[in-house]
Ligand binder design. Sequence first.
Ligand code: URA
Length: 211
Amino acid sequence: MSAPVRVINHPFVQHKLTLMRQGQTSTAKFRRLIKEVGILLAYEVTRDLPLKYETIETPIAPMVAPMLASEKKMVIVSIMRAGQGLLDGILELMPSARVGHIGLYRDPTTLVPIEYYLKLPQGLEQRDILVVDPMLATGNSAVAAVDRIKEFDPLSIKFLCLLAAPEGVEYFQQQHPDVPIYTAAIDHKLDEHGYIVPGMGDVGDRLYGTK
Ligand code: URA
């Protein structure tokens, strides 16, 4: 059985997602929104982070209080280049997280992902990994990224996106049934170019104003 797909349907996330989908949203606004959504999604994805308890002094009295046990143990791996927008938001919430990058581009005719860059922190075998890419479209890039990360035998892997296509979810779950998917929405389908419909267009282009 596959790990669950978690759709994060918080009203703030859904509202911001709608603004991002609108074609007339400017690059500056799109960039701000993806960062804000990144913060909100990171909040949900990290719900199960372990806590440790430490004795502290408030101005009134000592107490045993919860703190994150292992923020530094988490590694965010951004699939370049669109992953950067979500990454910026996630790092607002988790400034001590370690960051890896994987560069994959889609061959425009075959849609097969080709790796052109890989830089990951040391010691992944002792770390929990969050792989981020705004669009789970065909699933090819996400599957290739997780294939590569699994070579380093990390403690756990989660995959976070903004939008998913049913085709991408199905393929990802076939290939990596142990990796849970977190997304803000599952759209209708893919078009013949591998874009999500209705989607929000090319996130890299919208984020960097390259079109
Ligand atoms: N990548 C994008 O940026 N948009 C899509 O719709 C699919 C993949």
